[in-house]
Design a protein around this ligand. Structure first.
Ligand code: ATP
Length: 534
């Protein structure tokens, strides 16, 4: 698995993703999509929309506003309970999500170094003593063990020699090395080892004021999910589209959460884009629909190239479920930092429609023609992140290979996801006829696919550049294409496949048909069939 630093650096170098406001020192919780990144993310969103809206009879789209009536958030329960517990370091001031603290300590620089020291030393007390006097001073200067080694180590003197630290003893070890002067153990800070405060809830809602004067303006919130815009428009969409149950409403848009610990590149940010569906169905059919959506959404990631071994489903435990949810299943991806949520698919019952009916006084019901009765539909919600999906497609596509003794970096994107579909490369940029033919071909192909023209380096280099950004096909125009004094023009070009690096010679007049077939994954067929050479 590629590490995140490599992805971050490739993204910056090749114009996929930049740190937000970088020239001012950067904003840790926001990222900007560059020329190739915007193409990739747009492709993710376009495919999601195509597959979930256009290819189905039972779905329609919506684009609701980011700012909504403040009552929406009262009704949805976000104002009362959309909060994560957080804890802060009393020494360095860093904040962490309380439920992520153990993980952060475990993978912190200082704990990694302490683990290595314990593994290399037979005597645990001696190992701790040496570490406290050496690396501990640099990496965790505020840890009790580092500040008061004699007191802390007195607790360890009875540990038998030959002690090997095991993960199951994590809590015990922390209690032993991080405690107040009176001996009360506390959580150590992943950054400096200092004492962490008692956890308290922090609202994730980002406040804003609508109107020119803050005191009299309406206080509202930047939406933390797109879903509520769908619920409040349920009746509008129902009346306008005349849909019958079951049917769904899809929406893609920005959401905002004041996350305590944004990080892991674009995985967790304070501003992000969601791709959400609220699928309304008859009560009693909800469990079946839920399972269907779980299967469909899982298959969607595989369809666009996510490798089987890097994706899994995780059923929520009963105690994890929101109180209104009947069942929830996460699609998880094996990111460089470990298995993490890509999408959540929840059975939200009739909770949201009931809440909005109650708070707004407007009945959000459905009239069932068969039973001639009004009912409140149940809702299945597949909720995905556009940024997280984009990141997973990037990570999953990354390959390093050795080709004739040289390293080749390839982004093995599905052709529909690839930011640039075709690169037209003139073999000799000084040959006017080659340039003219290549330019003309580029202009033709651009009508259908995002095509670039590049003549700024040698052909080998140009191929590597395109491989690194995942362009599936390169088309080369050479002397044979246009002819010279030695031989007449053959009016054929070379198409090169990114993954296999195989090449086929194709008549100029067939390029468009051939590329269309290649986009559908028919390289082998084209490679075997010489007819395309005209
Ligand atoms: P987490 O447990 O990671 O905070 P969540 O369970 O709160 O996520 P949901 O409320 O289910 O997330 O949101 C649906 C989807 O929106 C997530 O699966 C994820 O893809 C995306 N998402 C949520 N929060 C963020 C964020 N802070 N940054 C980027 N994407 C996010």
């Amino acid at each position: 698995m590629v590490d995140m630093d490599k992805i971050v650096s490739l993204c910056k170098r090749r114009g996929f993703i930049f740190q937000s406001s970088e020239i001012y020192g950067g904003l840790g919780s926001a990222w900007d999509y560059g020329p190739l990144g915007v193409e990739l993310k747009n492709n993710v969103k376009r495919l999601w929309w195509r597959d979930n809206v256009y290819l189905r009879d039972d779905m329609v789209g919506l684009d609701s506003a980011i700012t909504m009536h403040p009552k929406v958030w009262e009704a949805s329960g976000h104002l009362a309970s959309f909060a994560d517990p957080f804890t802060g370091c009393t020494a360095c001031g860093r904040h962490y999500r309380a439920d992520h603290l153990a993980e952060a300590i475990w993978s912190s620089k200082w704990f990694e170094s302490l683990k290595r020291r314990l593994a290399n030393e037979d005597n645990a007390a001696l190992a701790l003593q040496k570490w406290a006097a050496g690396d501990g001073k640099k990496l965790a200067p505020n840890l009790a063990l580092v500040q008061r080694p004699e007191v802390i180590l007195s607790l360890w003197k009875d540990k038998r020699s030959g002690y090997r630290f095991m993960q199951s003893e994590f809590g015990e070890l922390l209690d032993g090395i991080a405690s107040a002067p009176d001996g009360t153990p506390h959580n150590p800070c992943p950054n400096c080892g200092g004492q962490m405060s008692e956890p308290q809830p922090a609202s994730l809602m980002l406040e804003t004021f609508l109107g020119p004067v803050q005191e009299t303006a309406t206080k509202t919130y930047l939406r933390p999910e797109t879903a509520q815009g769908i619920f409040v428009n349920f009746d509008n969409v129902l009346q306008a589209s005349r849909k019958k149950l079951p049917f769904g409403i899809a929406q893609i848009g920005k959401s905002f959460r004041n996350e305590i610990t944004p990080g892991n590149f674009t995985f967790r940010t304070r501003e992000f884009e969601q791709m959400e569906i609220e699928f309304f169905c008859m009560p009693g059919t909800d469990e079946e629909w839920h399972q269907r959506w779980v299967d469909e959404r899982f298959a969607w990631y595989e369809k666009y190239g996510i490798q089987k071994e890097n994706i899994r489903l995780r059923e929520h435990e009963k105690d994890e479920l929101a109180f209104y949810a009947k069942r929830c299943v996460d699609v998880e991806y094996l990111f460089p930092m470990g298995w993490s949520e890509l999408e959540g698919i929840a059975n939200r019952t009739d909770y949201d429609l009931k809440q909005h009916s109650h708070f707004s006084g407007r009945a959000l019901e459905y009239f069932d023609e068969d039973s001639k009765q009004k009912l409140i539909p149940y809702v299945i919600e597949p909720s995905a992140g556009a940024d997280r999906s984009t990141l997973s497609f990037l990570v999953d596509a990354y390959r390093e290979e050795e080709v004739r003794g040289e390293k080749r970096v390839v982004l093995n994107f599905h052709p529909e996801l690839a930011p640039v579909k075709i690169a037209v490369l003139p073999l000799l940029k000084k040959n006017e006829r080659i340039v003219e033919t290549a330019r003309k071909l580029t202009a033709e192909l651009r009508k259908r696919w995002y095509t670039v023209y590049d003549d700024t380096a040698s052909i080998g280099r140009l191929y590597r550049r395109q491989d690194e950004v995942g362009t599936p096909f390169c088309v080369t125009v050479d002397v044979q294409t246009v002819g010279d004094e030695k031989a007449p023009a053959d009016e054929k070009v070379t198409i090169r496949d990114r993954n296999t690096m195989q090449q086929v010679r194709v008549a100029l007049s067939s390029v468009e048909i051939v590329i269309a077939k290649l986009m559908d994954g028919h390289w082998d067929e084209i490679y075997r069939d010489s007819d395309w050479a005209g």
